[in-house]
Write a protein that binds this ligand. Sequence first.
Ligand code: ZN
Length: 74
Amino acid sequence: MPSLASGKPCAICGKPAAEKFRPFCSQRCKDVDLHRWLSGRYAVPAVEAEEDELGLPEPDEPPPPLAPRRRGFD
Ligand SMILES: [Zn+2]
């Protein structure tokens, strides 16, 4: 069994993983894995809605950064 220098093969298609996209072989396979992960997460909207009613903190949007003002030039 030959050992690959780059480690594990791509989890999506089984090709040797590329250094740039580890642990995947390409951006495409990386996207495929991401989409799988997201669809698995969003497959349970009912649970998320329930948890929301239990009072989970909502992510607050940070206020816009204040632009520095130079009064001398107003
Ligand atoms: Zn791949």
